[in-house]
Write a protein that binds this ligand. Structure first.
Ligand SMILES: NC(=O)c1ccc[n+]([C@@H]2O[C@H](COP(=O)([O-])OP(=O)(O)OC[C@H]3O[C@@H](n4cnc5c(N)ncnc54)[C@H](O)[C@@H]3O)[C@@H](O)[C@H]2O)c1
Length: 371
């Protein structure tokens, strides 16, 4: 079935996550977006229409190629295009998309294709999980963060606005995509800031699981990396996440907590920075905090801590930050006078969840990273 000369598949896996009647497909390759009709998981006889959800930036670069390829299946292709950015992840857009898709004749035989970064795959998965009581969807992540993290795992959802604050992912569902198709060529057009976002998550996997091989990572990220190396990094990250998710698909067994390494302080810093710091930069600072706390708790050797912090610096992510309100971060962490639990590091590849940490240690570490 796969005949296109320019399309390469580096990695193809089928596994079952969450629902034992469904097989989930994970494909990593190059030039996949322009050759979707060649993929069996997309070009299925029972499918009646393709509904694409994407943002303007991604549509401008990849929309046409993708539509041309999908039209080869002789089925209708209906795109819905949002503005790019986190603020689009809201319930009003969900209603707008649903109304539009109903007008365009969506049925339970239709497939929703979520094309773009985590914002599009989160909204797309949510729409697919509620429209007509659930239809198939395929994620086509085009950011590094999407390919190593957001595009897989089955968490879908949107943010809500509450008392003038945005609360992330407050409405959502668990629904696994039928397939995740990661086209590594899409990463070549990603701005450097977005590459760094993904590098933060890749470093998280290395600290927690000892993989992927981070010697391949360097400043500039992935743009000059050989396709096979890049595909291998993405595949190793996907393998780690899928293994965690397979064992805890609905986040009821605390196994998924491991994926939160660096995200406790990271999320607090991201929220307080009000958009000044990207998710990846905030996660990098969160990882530095987890490293420092692990040393102070006697979990981690100073030498390994130095190695991790040097890597974070080497790929161009921050290890400290100035101009943020420490008190607000303490408030966001809600530890007050009590202990707060963290995911801590014993050594590379060995982490421990749910470790209580004294407020004095958290404060000391915040003093070191928030200048
Ligand atoms: N569901 C999950 O498990 C999960 C996990 C992690 C993050 N997320 C969510 O993912 C979102 C963040 O995802 P993101 O970082 O991918 O952000 P994003 O979707 O906002 O994409 C970032 C930017 O990159 C642009 N872009 C995307 N692909 C491009 C390409 N190939 N070339 C050029 N520009 C491109 C987009 O237009 C956008 O401006 C957050 O909402 C977060 O909550 C979800």
């Amino acid at each position: 079935m796969i005949t296109a000369i320019d399309m390469k598949i580096f990695c193809k896996k089928q596994t079952t996550i969450g629902n034992r009647w469904t097989k989930n497909n994970f494909i990593i390759g190059s030039d996949l977006l322009a050759n979707l009709s060649q993929l069996e998981i997309v070009n299925r006889p029972e499918v009646d229409k393709f509904f694409i959800l994407t943002d303007k930036t991604v549509f401008r670069i990849y929309g046409k190629k993708m539509i041309v390829s999908l039209r080869k299946t002789r089925k209708s292709v209906i795109p819905f295009i949002l503005e790019p950015g986190e603020k689009e992840k809201n319930i009003n857009n969900v209603m707008m998309i649903i109304n539009q898709f109903i007008e365009q004749g969506i049925t339970r035989k239709s497939i929703l294709l979520a094309l773009g970064g985590g914002v599009m795959t989160d909204i797309g998965g949510f729409v697919a999980s509620i429209i007509l009581r659930g239809i198939d969807y395929i994620n086509l992540p085009t950011t590094l963060i999407g390919q190593v993290d957001a595009g897989l795992g089955g968490k879908t959802g949107v943010n809500i606005s509450h008392e003038k604050h945005m609360i992330k992912n407050m409405i959502g569902t668990f629904k696994q995509p039928t397939a995740v198709i990661s086209d590594i060529n899409a990463l070549r057009t990603l701005p450097e800031k977005e590459i760094k976002n993904g590098l933060g998550e890749i470093i998280k996997y290395w600290i927690g699981w000892g993989k992927p091989e981070v010697n391949l990572l360097h400043l500039g990220g992935v743009s000059d990396m050989a396709p096979l190396e890049l595909a291998s990094i993405i595949s190793q990250c996907q393998e780690i996440k899928l293994d965690v998710v397979r064992n805890d698909p609905f986040e009821t067994r605390h196994i998924r907590d491991k994926l939160n390494l660096g995200h406790t302080v990271g999320h607090a810093i991201e929220g307080i920075s009000n958009g000044r710091l990207s998710h990846g930069e905030a996660v990098a600072l969160g990882l530095v905090a987890a490293v420092k706390i692990s040393v102070l708790k006697g979990f981690l050797k100073e030498e390994t801590a130095g190695e991790i912090i040097n890597l974070i610096r080497r790929v161009g992510l921050p290890t400290s930050v100035n101009g943020l309100d420490k008190e607000k971060i303490q408030e966001a962490l809600k530890f007050d006078k009590k202990d707060r639990t963290f995911v801590l590091i014993r050594e590379i590849g060995k982490i421990e969840t749910n470790v209580p940490v004294e407020s004095s240690i958290i404060n000391q570490v915040l003093e070191e990273i928030i200048l």
